[in-house]
Structure formats: C-alpha cells, structure tokens
Write a protein that binds this ligand. Structure first.
Ligand code: DAK
Length: 259
C-alpha cells in the first residue's frame, strides 16, 4: 500500500492536487519511506505546469501523529545521520507552489511540524496540535521549537514543548498557528474553496508571494522589504500582471496564463 495518495478530485478545477498521507493504522506516522514518497510527489507536482495549488491532508482521525516511533526507538545518532532523514524535511522548503495543510484530528510532533512546513493551515474543529516529544524523552527535531515559536511566541511555545500538551483547533486559531477553523465535516470543501481562490490568481505572482513571505523569517525588515520590492518589479515582466491590471480597468475577469 502506498504511503501517499495523490488525486485530482475537483472536476471543476484541474489545477488543484490533493495529497493524502496514508498510514491510517498508525495515525499517519511519518516513516522515512513516507517522507521520501511525500517529497517525491511534491516535486512531481511542483514540476507539473497544470498544478497551481497543492492540498496536503490526512484523515478524520489524524493529519499525522508524528515521526514513526517504532522506527526511531532503537536508533543511534549515527543511524539518524546515515539514513538522511533530515534531507526530506529540508527538501519540503524547496517546493515553489502553495501548499495548504488541511488538518483534522492529531497533528503532533513531526505532524505538527509538517503542517507548519506548509504555507498555511486550515483546521477542522476536531484538530489537535502539539509537540509531545518531551513525553517520550526527546525534543522536537524537525523545526518545532523554531516554527512554533515564530507562529505563537516564546511563552506558549515553551509551555507546549515542555509539557507536551495538545491544543484544540480554536486555541490554535487564537494563537495564530492556523489561518482558519471550520467544521471538520466541511474541512475539505472549505479548503478546496480557498485553494480555488488561489488557483485562479496569477501563478507566478503567487510563487513570488510565497518566496517573499518566507523571507520574513530569514531576513531583517529592510532586507526583506528590498527583496519584496524586487519581486514586485519582477511581476511587471509577466503577461499576467498586464492581464490582471487591464482586466480590472476593463471591468472583466482576468485570464491568467502563468507567464
Ligand atoms: N509512531 C508510531 N506509531 C504510532 C504513532 C507514532 N508517532 N502514533 C500512534 N501510533 C500508533 C499506535 O502505536 C497505535 O498502534 P497499534 O497499537 O494499534 O498497533 C495506533 O497508532 C493508534 O494509536 P493509539 O492506540 O495510541 O491511539 P489513541 O487514540 O489512544 O492515542 C495519540 C492517539 C495520538 C494521542 C497517541 O497515539 C500518541 O500519543 N501518539 C504518539 C504521539 C507522539 O509522541 N508524537 C511525536 C513522535 S516524535 C526529525 C524529523 C521528525 C521528527 C524528529 C526529527 N529529523 C528529520 C531530524 C519528529 C519526531 C516525532 O514526531
């Protein structure tokens, strides 16, 4: 059975791909194989000119309950270095198209970290987020202490990582970890509506927004603003910028070509 499923389920929108984590018996525990398959699939979609937005999801019970504990329990540090597990995680950052995490159920440890690697999170009201590694004698290892701290601030990140407690979707929304909470039963439909909205925009400008927002975590404000301005200028070499502005002035819907 494949650890990753990929579908194009939205007949009215061919530009949206749905990627599902598929190890339901172990709450989508993120094995090394699953992570490799996930990254391979995301690269394939990133290279597919038809695809404009990717939705990443799990199932009703779990987005993912973390890295596969059974696979890690007896590992030595050298095993961890030699199996190159970290490479898959680093490669996630190379995807240029928008990825929306649609989260129902548990997003814990590596599952929470994976959701935070996505560009934003839409949560069903059943979602639970946390960094419970401390409960099994270790620490977050795929960016949890860094991305969670940037998302919700030091005090709350410290509390979550030190206690291993989970927070509910509503709390995650109030703390700024997720962009939106919707009823769990309508999560996929609501995420699709947001994906469709983005897929109808100029694809190159969307990529440049992703790049610029992500730079906010790496650069000083003045360097970041400079980077953003250069991306803004760059859009003026696209046919889509001309089309978008002309369509506005001509009071019609734009038709973007992605160039
Ligand atoms: N790994 C392996 N199996 C897991 C799992 C996990 N993370 N989480 C759940 N399972 C399995 C359970 O063992 C159980 O299997 P069976 O007994 O049925 O064979 C099945 O899924 C159902 O789970 P439960 O029976 O426990 O279900 P409950 O509803 O009672 O509890 C739970 C749900 C989510 C509260 C509980 O399963 C749980 O606490 N799971 C572990 C959560 C956790 O500790 N997560 C953090 C793992 S450490 C790195 C990259 C990534 C990471 C680190 C470094 N590098 C690249 C350097 C990430 C580390 C982690 O995520």
């Amino acid at each position: 059975m494949s650890n990753i499923l990929c579908e194009f389920p939205y007949n009215d929108h061919k530009h949206i791909a749905l990627v599902k984590l598929n190890r339901p018996k172990v709450l989508n525990a993120l094995s090394t194989d699953l992570m490799r398959e996930l990254v391979d699939k995301l690269f394939e979609l990133d290279d597919n000119p038809e695809v404009r937005v990717i939705i990443l999801t799990g199932n009703d019970r779990a987005f993912a309950a973390g890295a596969d504990i059974a696979q890690m329990v007896e590992a030595t540090p050298i095993d961890q270095i030699n199996n190159n597990r970290f490479r898959s995680w680093q490669q996630l950052a190379q995807i240029t198209k928008p990825i929306i995490a649609a989260v129902n159920g548990y997003a814990l440890g590596g599952g929470c970290e994976l959701a935070m690697h996505c560009d934003f999170i839409i949560a069903g009201d059943s979602a639970k987020f946390g960094q419970p590694e401390i409960k099994i004698g270790t620490t977050p290892g795929a960016g949890g202490t860094q991305r969670l701290t940037r998302a919700i601030g030091k005090s709350k990140a410290m509390m979550l990582a030190m206690t291993g407690e989970m927070i509910e979707a509503k709390q995650a929304l109030d703390w700024g970890l997720v962009a939106k909470v919707v009823p769990s039963t309508t999560l996929m439909q609501e995420t699709y509506e947001t994906a469709k909205n983005i897929a109808n925009k100029a694809p190159v400008a969307i990529k440049l927004i992703k790049e610029s927002v992500n730079k906010a975590f790496e650069m000083s404000l003045s360097d970041g603003v400079d980077f953003e301005r250069r991306n803004f200028y760059l859009t003026f070499s696209s046919s889509d910028q001309k089309e978008g502005m002309r369509a506005f002035l001509e009071k019609r819907d734009p038709e973007y070509k992605g160039n």
